[in-house]
Design a protein around this ligand. Structure first.
Ligand SMILES: *Cc1c(COP(=O)(O)O)cnc(C)c1O
Length: 467
């Protein structure tokens, strides 16, 4: 067809499907997308020509416009089934909240709340007052504050306590956490000057003592969350740092990263310092994330001595880092789990980490059976087995710890990678691991409802990859 036969914008706007679209969506947007689509077609026809009739072109334009607008309006965040066995996955949104925590968020977000009002005397209150008493009680600290994430917590602490002055850090702790959190960069942003001491593998308390000047504002200890230095090493303990800090009257800040509250020893995990351990060691301020091993929403929690937390509350930077009411709602409901017995039974993340190996085996057997039953109706060339695997904590915690678990391995005659891609593009999307040309579904990270949905989803994906 010739360019002159392209439908006009008005012609397309008069198509029934587009009229319906204008009833559901903003007219100017629909008009703009119609224009864009016609311009696009004009270019295609100019360069490549088109064997299509005038009617076909009009239909193509209409269906593209409908597709583009409905896809846009759906948004793109959706449920993902995590079959990777990595419990805390930053790319998958870290901690999963329990249903009643989500319910509390829903309640608070669908109504007015007492976010910043003291209901007793009607005066202005503080949004930070809601979770502070809980944190103080749980951690035995004097004061606490919550900001947007742990990166914000570290930034606020450094800026408040050390702007224009020096902060001493061991070279073994100049960490980078995935997603661009780097100690030297955050230090620069805060206006503090980084003073590196020791070497990558060995730092002594004397290195700290020798680096202290009149301009030293802070001693900083950063938890090496996502790596371990092993072999010929020496790290200065929090106790030693706190002792030195008290002696020289310099506060000690601990960036702990993952805010684990429970001692995980009894579930066979190696010891990871808890928030309580950090404070008990004598540090003045500790910072940690809300959505790592704490199992709550994205947040940065700052806990410690009143005078330092009060100074942070007065810092104008706090206004730019402040948390929303939904975060506060999710966090207080999450923290409440720790005031009750067995938090590991109520927080999905902790449940996954403390899962019994026999239960995991039973869940894997059951799921493998259901998948076999479903797919062997359409394809009996697929091998479905239960295998032992290693799961991971992830999310910048326990970097070297492997958790024994079980997975369903699906061996296809074709490419396992192709099946994994197909599973990932479904709805809900399923994230898996590929090993030895098999798709692995780790059961540890499955949530309730996933097991029921998987056989059908896997079967569909298999059909689509083999056809
Ligand atoms: C994860 C982590 C951070 C960053 O925390 P976010 O909550 O992701 O901002 C900072 N420091 C350490 C040691 C961490 O482990």
């Amino acid at each position: 067809m010739k360019l002159s036969e392209l439908p006009s914008v008005d012609e397309v706007l008069n198509e029934n499907e587009i009229i319906e679209l204008i009833e559901a969506y903003a007219r100017p947007m629909v008009v703009a997308v119609v224009r864009e689509e016609l311009n696009h077609l004009r270019q295609v026809i100019k360069t490549a020509g088109s064997g299509l009739t005038r009617t076909e072109i009009r239909e193509l334009t209409v269906s593209s416009v409908v597709e583009r607008i409905t896809t846009l309006a759906e948004g793109s965040l959706k449920r993902v089934i995590n079959a990777t066995g990595v419990v805390l996955h930053t790319n998958l949104g870290r901690a999963v909240l329990p249903a009643d925590v989500a319910e509390h968020v829903k309640l608070v977000s669908q109504s007015y709340t007492n976010l910043e009002i003291d209901l007793e005397d009607g005066t202005r209150g503080s949004r930070y007052s809601h979770v502070e008493p809980m944190l103080n009680r749980m951690l035995g600290c004097e004061a606490a504050l919550v900001v947007n994430n742990n990166a914000a917590a570290v930034l606020l602490a450094l800026n408040t306590l050390a702007q224009g002055r020096e902060v001493i850090v061991s070279r073994g702790q100049l960490v980078e956490i995935g997603g661009s959190f780097r100690i030297p960069e955050i230090m620069k942003m805060s206006g503090a000057t980084l003073v590196e001491i020791g070497t990558t593998n060995k730092t002594y308390v004397s290195d700290f003592a020798n680096a202290i000047t009149d301009n030293t504002a802070l001693l900083l200890n950063v938890h090496t969350s996502n790596y371990k230095i092993v072999g010929f090493t020496n790290e200065v303990s929090l106790e030693e740092m706190s002792h030195l800090g008290r002696e020289r009257n310099i506060p000690v800040l601990h960036d702990l990263g993952s805010g684990i509250m429970l001692n995980m020893h009894r579930w066979g995990l190696s010891h990871e310092p808890t928030v309580q351990d950090s404070l008990a060691a004598g540090v003045d301020v500790v910072t940690f994330s809300g959505d790592k091993l704490l199992g709550g929403p994205q947040a940065g929690i700052i806990a410690g001595k009143q005078e330092y937390i009060d100074a942070m509350k007065k810092n104008h930077l706090l206004r730019a880092l402040r948390v929303d009411k939904m975060t506060i709602a999710a966090l207080e409901a999450t923290l409440a789990k720790y005031l009750a017995p067995y938090p590991e039974k109520h927080l999905p993340i902790l449940g996954m980490l403390t899962m019994d190996i026999k239960e995991m085996r039973a869940a894997a057997d059951k799921l493998a059976g259901a998948i076999r039953k479903k797919i062997h109706k359409v394809n009996d060339q697929v091998d479905v087995e239960v295998t032992k695997v290693m799961d991971m904590v992830g999310g910048g915690a326990y970097p070297t710890e492997e958790l024994p678990g079980y997975a369903i391995s699906i061996k296809v005659s074709g490419s396992a990678e192709a099946l994994a891609v197909k599973l990932r593009s479904g709805s809900p999307a399923i994230l898996t691991r590929v090993q030895n040309n098999s798709v692995m579904l780790h059961v540890r990270t499955l949530l309730s409802g996933d097991e029921e949905a998987l056989p059908e989803l896997v079967s569909l994906a298999l059909e689509e990859t083999s056809s």
